[in-house]
Ligand binder design. Structure first.
Ligand SMILES: Cc1ncc(COP(=O)(O)O)c(C=O)c1O
Length: 466
């Protein structure tokens, strides 16, 4: 063998001799250099690789010590027969390819996307700067496991004013998202609890930990069908009464009372009320939270800043009935808060100084405009499309009278770089929908792009018809 080409990197902490030793060893073990091959002389290899002879000497000595090569005096170095050494070919790790890189679409109708053009960055930056500029040494230490008291105070005030919820900051627990808080709530309830979920419903929950165990309860245009819940042996129900996810139904007044009565009938019964996007209601009066109507400490209220501020903030909270506080303290007071204290203080200042309310008012108008435009486009150009769930929130449902499966339509849209989400992705138990039905999130699409997005979507689907 005349020469051995190895890429040696002088800028790493791994010594050159070790890099060379590893390179030759791997080549021998993988049979790239055959048994009996004569290696280049130390002098020639040093010149060729532009490194010192000592480096080659040390690498060869190590290979000899491990039996990979032998030295024949005055002739040179030869590769030994190492057949008995098992060579295990290192396989490429099987990465979840889909997750390796975030997929981007020309139009992404995901219901969790928010409008990013209207975020009050300058105000946010001011609060962040104040915190980091002024000596906030104390914030470097761990804070309250339940979350910063100042933020809990602001949340309690906000909930009272906007949702009719009466609670003390002591009842509030802050955490990094609904997904993280929900398992905490489940741990507070009895071990043998039987959980029930809306069907269709928020998919993060069954995926979280209730998979196969939760009891699906159907929903209709008045929200969760409480009569169906009553037929089961469930003692805990997770429900989105103000804006059923994903159908958009509002739990009717009769059903609200019925649900609270159901909960009051047994000591171990609880309602988990997820009020994730109640800030964005466009028609009629705001719907007060179930928690505010509850006289029996049966509602665990849960909400998030993912829609009202940004999903990446990862701040959500729950409000416990006083009866569960003792259990909470016993179970969780040893854990640290999961949201950085600095972020909690930024949110608290933003709320305290009235910017949160201003932001919500502004965003409500923006989303309302987007919703109006969206429904107008469908009514004008695609009247055959059935729209539901357009009273609140940041998504609607569209049903298409097409004899084509939802997954096929989803694939066709994806081929045109459009992401669209079938309602069947949110089912705990199959439902036979008359027409293919999709969630169409409009939060993340700029107002001026909505029309183009819908036309492109409908265009690619119209080609699929024939
Ligand atoms: C029903 C429902 N609950 C909660 C959330 C928010 O979850 P998180 O607080 O984990 O961002 C969403 C997300 O958009 C949702 O659709």
């Amino acid at each position: 063998m005349d020469m051995l080409m190895f890429e040696l990197n002088k800028d790493t902490t791994t010594p050159l001799y070790e890099q060379l030793y590893n390179g030759i060893k791997t080549a021998i073990m993988s049979k790239q250099i055959e048994v009996g091959t004569k290696l280049p002389s130390k002098k020639n290899l040093a010149e060729f690789l532009n490194i010192s002879q000592t480096t080659i000497e040390v690498a060869y000595a190590q290979l000899m010590a491990e039996g990979f090569i032998v030295s024949k005096p005055r002739i040179g170095f030869f590769v030994e027969d190492i057949d008995e050494l098992p060579y295990i070919e290192t396989k490429q790790a099987e990465w979840p390819i889909e997750d390796a890189e975030e997929k981007t679409f020309r139009f992404d109708f995901h219901p969790g996307k928010i409008d990013t053009d209207s975020f009050p960055f300058s105000q946010w930056r001011k609060y962040a700067k104040d915190l980091y500029d002024h000596p906030s040494k104390n914030l470097l230490q761990n804070g309250e496991p339940q979350g910063e008291y100042t933020l809990r105070t602001e949340i309690a005030k906000y909930l009272y004013q906007s949702r009719g919820i009466v609670c003390q900051p002591e009842q509030i627990v802050i955490g990094s998202g609904t997904e993280q808080l929900l398992p905490m709530i489940l741990r507070l309830l009895e071990n043998d609890s039987k959980f029930s979920l809306e069907n269709p419903g928020y998919s993060a929950i069954p995926r979280n930990q209730l998979q196969n165990k939760a009891i699906p309860i159907p929903v209709d245009e008045d929200g969760l069908i409480v009569d169906e819940l009553e037929k089961t042996n469930a003692n805990v129900v997770y429900v989105t009464p103000s804006h059923q996810f994903p159908t958009g139904a509002v739990l009717s007044a009769t059903r609200r009372t019925q649900l609270l009565h159901w909960a009051a009938k047994a000591e171990n019964r609880y309602i988990i009320e997820d009020d994730y996007d109640s800030e964005f209601r466009y028609t009629g009066k705001p719907i007060p939270a179930l928690q505010g109507m509850d006289q029996n400490n049966k509602v665990i209220y849960l909400s998030t800043f993912s829609k009202s501020l940004m999903p990446s903030l990862r701040v959500a909270y729950f409000v416990l009935p006083p009866t569960l506080l003792k259990k909470y303290k016993e179970t969780f007071s040893y854990y640290s808060a999961t949201v950085p204290r600095f972020d909690q203080h930024i949110v608290a200042s933003f709320m305290r100084d009235g910017y949160f309310s201003k932001h919500l008012n502004r965003m409500r108008k923006i989303y309302r405009k987007k919703l109006d435009k969206l429904t107008h486009i469908f009514k004008t150009h695609y009247p055959e499309v059935i729209i539901t769930g357009d009273q609140a929130g940041m998504h609607i449902l569209i049903s298409l009278p097409l004899p084509i499966r939802e997954d096929t339509l989803k694939r066709i849209a994806a081929e045109s770089s459009i992401a669209i989400y079938p309602v069947t992705d949110y089912l705990l138990k199959p439902i036979d929908y008359k027409y293919p039905t999709f969630l169409l999130g409009f939060g993340g699409i700029p107002l001026e792009k909505l029309e183009e997005g819908i036309h492109q979507l409908m265009h690619c689907w119209s080609l699929a018809k024939y």
